[in-house]
Design a protein around this ligand. Structure first.
Ligand code: MLT
Length: 314
């Protein structure tokens, strides 16, 4: 091969379906966003982008899986704040380095976190919830999507700000965790707006506050944490599209163009807006911008996790 020449396989990419690994259960926030974007990418790439849910260990199982796949663009994934930033401090034996073992394609979206609870919980405001959890710390349970998932780390942060340490109940994603919250089997959940908005609109759960500076477009009646009296709790999470390390640049360019086309598609934008997701900046949706973003997020989350004093095994 002449230096700088484009391999033939990269020139004809994609000539068969692409598998997109989602490291959480179907029906949850990562899966929902991925399916909206993958459907549009399938159209622009002329090949099916097939979702494969590989859940477990807070999303680190599916992320590890990607690092064992051929670097040809036919297997990609959606990782997030948990799998590709918080995991570094949480898992001493993490089998991948999020900043070195992947080829970034682009940031997909950001999601606000909401503090949600089962309808039967005897609290209707964030202040009442804080009083309730302090009084019921030993029996209350906090659902999450596994150690290192965003529902785990963002509620760790909430619990440490409030000063409580309740029991936690792990799931393989917040899709199933949300089902149990709706059924009243668990007490509360810190979850991404895309999973929360449909349930709050349907009246099946309560949302006490959104942990961002302005109210969310999809849930305009839910106060911000600052409005509700807990201004220190601010957290927004993200989804990122990644390929295995060493994927050829022309293949990454085609995948990035398809991602950009999806994010420019009016139908995709309307669906994401309805779910309350926010779109990335032009820099964040570039491979180099995503690489810098992931490095900054690892640097941001590592001291937060270390301060919370938790580690995990996978
Ligand atoms: C999911 O898709 O289930 C979530 O992104 C899990 C989480 O990290 O809380």
């Amino acid at each position: 091969l002449v230096a700088g020449a484009v391999p033939a396989a990269a020139q004809t990419f994609p000539s068969r379906p692409i598998t997109m690994i989602i490291p959480f259960a179907a029906g949850g926030p990562t899966d929902v966003v991925a399916r909206i974007v993958a459907e549009s990418m399938s159209r622009s790439l002329g090949q099916a982008v097939v979702i494969e849910n590989v859940s477990g260990a807070g999303g680190t199982t599916g992320s590890t899986r990607l690092t064992t796949q051929a670097a040809d663009g036919y297997t990609i994934m959606i990782g997030h704040t948990g799998t590709h930033a918080a995991s570094v401090a949480l898992y001493p034996n993490l089998r991948y380095n999020p900043a070195a073992d992947f080829t970034p394609i682009g940031l997909v979206n950001t999601n606000a976190i909401l503090i949600t609870a089962k309808n039967a919980l005897p609290a209707n405001t964030l202040a009442e919830f804080v009083a309730w959890i302090k009084a019921n710390e030993r029996t209350a349970n906090n659902a999450h999507a596994g150690i290192g998932s965003v529902s785990h780390t963002t509620c760790l942060l909430l619990n440490s700000i409030i000063g409580v340490n309740p029991q936690t109940v792990p799931y393989r994603g917040t899709g199933p965790a949300m089902n149990d919250l709706v059924a009243g089997q668990v007490d509360y959940l810190c979850d991404q707006v895309v999973n929360v908005a449909p349930q709050v609109r349907a009246g099946t759960i309560k949302a006490f506050a959104v942990a961002q500076q302005t109210r969310n477009q999809a849930l305009p009646n839910v106060p911000t944490t600052a409005e509700a009296g807990l201004p220190a709790y601010q957290v927004v999470v993200w989804n990122a599209m990644l390929a295995p390390k060493g994927t050829p640049a022309p293949v990454i360019t085609k995948l990035n163009e398809a991602l950009r086309a999806a994010l420019a598609d009016a139908g995709v934008r309307a669906r994401l807006a309805e779910l309350g997701a926010d779109l990335p900046s032009d820099v964040q949706v570039s491979p180099a911008g995503l690489q810098a973003f992931i490095e900054a997020e690892i640097a941001k989350w590592t001291p937060v996790i270390k301060a919370a004093g938790v580690t995990a095994t996978n």
